[in-house]
Design a protein around this ligand. Sequence first.
Ligand code: PNS
Length: 167
Amino acid sequence: MKKKVAIYPGSFDPITNGHIDIIQRGAEIFDELIVAVAYNPQKVSLFSEKERVDIIRQIFKNRKNIKVESFSCLLVDYVARRQAKVVMKGLRFVSDFEYEFQMALTNRRMNNQVETLFMMASEPYSYLSSGLVKEIASLGGSVYGMVPKLVEKRLKEKFRKKSKERK
Ligand code: PNS
């Protein structure tokens, strides 16, 4: 039987416990889940594409059916290249819905073989975002419980380096 593969795309700058929850739940449903880190040179990111991929690979190093890759093309083209049919996305609030709905319909317009599947964020993570995590960490606040320990460490290193560069 053909393997059921889903793609979970995102910027993951950095990955949060909310993303991790969605990845783990998705990996229970599909034979293989590919976490696809989007590389967009027009978007300023805190962590490089390689750093983001490395961090997520380390987090899931013991999970055989979770793969991590980066992509820099249209999502629908990447999905077709991977011979997958499903894009998995997490939804937190109604405010996410508008943007996600627009993207899902645009992707379907470009390739109607690709289905977008939405998974509701688990309650404890429904307020989390990479943007807020970065803001808190940049101002010296604690992001304990919001991101894995490894990300906490990397955020500290990043902002320590940045503050040294400013001096
Ligand atoms: O975590 P994000 O930033 O909300 O993820 C957005 C992402 C990466 C899924 C989206 O920007 C994307 O699919 N980018 C790839 C380029 C593309 O296909 N753009 C058209 C989307 S309709």
